[in-house]
Design a protein around this ligand. Structure first.
Ligand code: NAP
Length: 285
């Protein structure tokens, strides 16, 4: 079993790979479309099964990239994938969720989304969104649902709603430079059995050039961002969805799963990127 196959269990017991591929900024420029489709296909050929997208990305363009990448797959190949998409808060009222999901399915040319998330909290009552998620689940259009950018208070409110306890993930900003969630959100998610999906695990590339990462990377014979990614996926109950279009980056991210950080590495990283010493507002990008 290759490193990509390391998995985390969802609340119902189904497992999801700890490493996926993000698609933000894909589908924005028609001249890059074929290149981005090739990148998603390349990632899938290398064993990536978890693909993260959203109706927001490129105004549906990223879902079209995913759709083109999976076009022509047979049912078994499609079922081997785990596709995550998200509904915008502005579409989170009941009828709009149903319509937004249909639109996402059409753009991707698939009959189901494996996990459908509320992208962040908006004005729609949680119960309405949840009722729509339940309807979509009953009709087989989504297999799981969850939330994104929810802090502990949002999670508690969502879980109190009818059906909220079926929530399969909370997708949040988490990387070495964004450790505030370790104070309460990560422990709370672990306690209630909700796995966390870390977005922007490379801080969109901004972690590159950090001297401590460079020092550790040199010892391991890898790159700074591979160390940053290895650190995220080493956290319990956390999966990561780095976005990469460059095939070299895709290969490096997959290889990062094989990096084992030792106690000294962790001590250096904790000194350079200290864990939180108190509560803070949930950051988002
Ligand atoms: P990210 O994954 O932290 O960073 C992506 C950037 O890093 C790209 O510029 C990519 O370049 C580069 N990169 C990737 N692997 C690399 C490597 N091994 N070495 C050097 N550079 C590398 O940032 P992100 O796209 O913001 O986050 C990942 C995904 O999370 C998104 O694509 C999206 O699916 C999701 N997300 C969700 C939310 C939310 O609100 N739920 C918010 C933000 C992101 P290339 O593309 O040129 O390879």
């Amino acid at each position: 079993m290759g490193p990509v196959m390391r998995t985390l269990p969802l609340p119902g017991g189904e497992t999801v790979p700890v490493l996926g591929l993000g698609t933000w900024y894909m589908g924005e420029d028609a001249s890059q479309f074929d290149h981005e489709v090739s990148a998603v296909r390349y990632a899938m050929d290398r064993g990536i099964r978890l693909i993260d997208t959203a109706e927001m990305y490129g105004n549906g363009g990223a879902e079209e990239v995913v759709g083109a990448a999976i076009n022509g797959m047979n049912a078994a190949e499609r079922d081997d994938l785990f596709i995550v998409s998200k509904v915008l808060p502005s579409n989170a009222h009941y009828d709009n969720v149903i319509r937004a999901c249909e639109n996402s399915l059409n753009r991707m040319g698939t009959d189901h989304i494996d996990m459908y998330l509320l992208h962040w909290q908006g004005a729609a009552p949680f119960q309405e969104t949840l009722d729509a998620f339940e309807t979509l689940k009953s009709s087989g259009k989504i297999r799981h649902f969850g939330v994104s950018n929810f802090d502990s208070a949002d999670m508690a409110e969502w879980l109190r709603c009818d059906g909220g306890k079926a929530t399969a993930t909370n997708q949040i900003l988490y990387n070495l430079s964004r450790r505030g969630v370790e104070w309460d959100l990560l422990p709370n998610c672990k306690k209630i059995g909700v796995p966390v999906m870390a977005y922007s695990p490379l801080e969109q590339g901004r972690l590159q050039g950090d001297p401590v990462l460079a020092q550790i990377a040199e010892c391991h014979g890898v790159t700074e961002l591979q160390i940053a990614l290895a650190w995220v996926v080493a956290q319990p109950n956390v999966m990561a969805i780095p976005k990469a279009v460059n095939p070299k980056h895709i290969d490096q991210n997959i290889a990062a799963l094989e990096i084992t950080l030792d106690a000294q590495d962790h001590a250096l990283l904790d000194a350079a990127f200290p864990p939180p010493t108190g509560p803070s507002h949930l950051e988002m990008l």
